[in-house]
Design a protein around this ligand. Structure first.
Ligand code: NI
Length: 168
């Protein structure tokens, strides 16, 4: 296993739409392991393949809470939100957007369809924090960052501070 380099905004790969994974092979399994290790070391609660420079639809997450269902860690290929209800928001950060956080509106409950590393098609229902984490990671696969979901005003302030190097 190895720790991977994390791509940081405005790296172009973070804006790309990730390619669907057609086959789960050793390379994908090893990448998932490395992503988990990289995420835990960072530390973070989720990581998407584009964040380590691979524009493919693979995410890992470890949104551990007392009553987390389903069990963690979560490793999903080709995840897709097939239903979303309710509203929730929380202050989010991202390993690809260091030294910045902001409140982001999300859906409170989602149903996600995906492929596991055993090449099984699954559906999982997530609520609250785990739902937020998975929405954030799936956004990465669409070339979208949490800073794309904040107000124009907050985004302008962020860009200005980033330019001046005064984010931290
Ligand atoms: Ni992120």
């Amino acid at each position: 296993m190895s720790i991977l380099d994390i791509e940081v905004y405005p790296a172009p790969v973070l804006k790309q739409v990730a390619a669907e994974i057609s086959r789960i092979d050793t390379e994908i399994r090893e990448l998932a392991e490395d992503m988990l290790e990289t995420m835990h070391q960072a530390p973070g609660v989720g990581l998407a393949a584009p964040q380590v420079g691979r524009s493919i639809a693979l995410i890992v997450a470890d949104p551990s809470t007392d009553k987390t269902t389903p069990p963690v860690p979560i490793i999903l290929a080709n995840p897709e939100i097939i239903s979303a209800t309710g509203e929730i928001s929380m202050v989010e950060g991202c390993l690809s957007v260091p030294d910045y956080s902001a409140e982001v509106p999300r859906r409170q409950k989602i149903v996600v369809k995906a492929i596991t590393l055993d090449e099984e098609e699954i559906e999982m229902t997530l609520e609250d924090f785990p739902a937020i984490v998975i929405q954030h990671e799936i956004d990465h696969l669409h070339g979208k960052l949490f800073i794309d979901r904040i107000s124009r005003l907050k985004r302008n302030i962020f860009e200005r501070k980033l330019k001046k190097g005064t984010l931290a």
